[in-house]
Design a protein around this ligand. Structure first.
Ligand code: XBP
Ligand code: MG
Length: 249
């Protein structure tokens, strides 16, 4: 099987955006709006089960209406402010790429393997992250970006991945997806795409059925990732050749 594309999830996969990005921005805007609560790390871990930041805040309001005396329009406004704070944070360089991401993406670009993005977050957040880390020419490296505000249904619905495959012009089994969460894995697998999970502090406890591999990251030669690939447990530094071998299992 030939590897014709690699599709990356963003939050938790391309970069650890949740703690120092989204959670920081949410608590910042709650303070600005003088709301009587902050989201702790343990609470946010629970709330992350709800895909979509705006949906997440609406869910929290449903649980605690007395704390969140806001209309749907105000929740949407808060989410917009959160997004602009997140973008400021990203542009200030506060959100690095995860280990191994840049080297894998560079290898794909050199080998003319298109890299796509399939994410629940807003397009503006993705654009800020890619401009910051790949410069103004980022669209040459990422010819396809499908974000949460481009689709009607967010993950675990597979439509971001269906849209990616359609724009890339590749079949599901000619691509490999990278995800960090069970929700994201479900979306990619429902689209039929072989998927590698690079888990993190928010998702290590989740189960990842039907994943091509479950690793601590993508890894580099100096800092290999650990986990389970198709051949079993080991240390890995994933590259396009390795992914193509995994596809032909
Ligand atoms: C993760 C999400 C997003 C982010 C917050 O997206 O569920 O909602 O947590 O971003 P993915 P927004 O892992 O698919 O990249 O507030 O823009 O939704
Ligand atoms: Mg994710």
């Amino acid at each position: 099987m030939v590897l014709k594309s690699v599709i990356f999830d963003v939050d938790g996969t391309l970069a650890d955006t949740e703690l120092d990005g989204h959670l920081w921005a949410f608590n910042h805007v709650f303070q600005q709006w003088k709301l009587p609560f902050r989201w702790s790390i343990s609470l946010y871990r629970e709330l992350l089960k709800i895909p979509g930041g705006q949906e997440r805040l609406a869910y929290y309001q449903m649980l605690h209406p007395e704390r969140v005396p806001l209309s749907a329009a105000q929740i949407a406004e808060i989410h917009q402010v959160k997004t602009s704070l997140f973008i400021q944070r990203v542009r200030a360089g506060a959100i690095p790429l995860r280990i191994g991401v840049r080297s894998l993406i560079s290898a794909c670009y050199e080998q003319h393997i298109p890299v796509a993005i399939a994410t629940t977050t807003q397009y503006a957040n993705v654009e800020a992250l890619l401009i910051t880390h790949f410069g103004p020419q980022w669209r040459k490296i990422f010819p396809v970006v499908v974000a949460g505000d481009h689709v009607v249904q967010k993950k675990p619905h597979p439509c971001v991945y269906h849209e990616c495959l359609q724009r890339l012009g590749v079949a599901p089994d000619e691509a490999v997806a990278f995800e960090d969460s069970a929700v994201g894995l479900m979306a990619a697998r429902q689209a039929g795409i072989p998927t590698v999970v690079t888990m993190n502090i928010w998702t290590y406890h989740q189960s990842f059925p039907d994943a091509l591999g479950v690793l601590t990251g993508i890894g580099t030669y100096k800092n290999p990732a650990f986990g389970r690939g198709p051949h079993g447990w080991g240390r890995y530094c994933l590259n396009p050749k390795q992914l193509e071998e995994w596809l032909t299992q």
